[in-house]
Write a protein of this length. Structure first.
Length: 129
């Protein structure tokens, strides 16, 4: 799957984001190593700590379906600034491997590509995993 196709899938999901407090909508599309795509959006809550990011929403959906290996994550927003995943999302993604490719794009077509380990060079790693 091409990067632009995955970004397009994240943009399609973006319309379902629930962000009444920040008005900052984010969509994500996560490609499994088996070729299946899971989408996620941010879902805010009045108790802001209970908000979930789009990246984790996509990942948790994939894990709940039985997937554990991922190759590419695309994250998009409606803003000009590209939505780099937060530290919490990066740590959760790292649980499933350091070789994940992360693509981010704002409202413009231009996008940036990173390796997960570039964005989170010093993750917490449990000896049991």
């Amino acid at each position: 799957m091409q990067d632009l196709e995955l970004l397009s899938m994240a943009r399609e999901a973006l319309s379902n984001a629930y962000a009444p407090y920040s008005d900052y909508k984010v969509g994500a599309a996560l490609l499994t190593s088996a070729g299946r795509v899971f989408r996620g959006v941010n879902v805010e809550n009045a108790s802001y700590g209970l908000t979930i990011c789009a990246e984790r929403a996509a990942l948790f959906s994939a894990v709940a379906t039985g997937y554990r290996h991922f190759s590419v994550l695309a994250v998009v927003s409606e803003e000009a600034q590209k939505p780099i995943p937060c530290g919490g999302c990066l740590q959760v993604l790292r649980e499933f491997g350091k070789d994940l490719k992360v693509i981010v794009a704002g409202k413009e077509e231009e996008f940036l590509v990173f390796k997960l380990e570039e964005l989170l060079p010093y993750p917490f790693i449990s000896e049991s995993v």
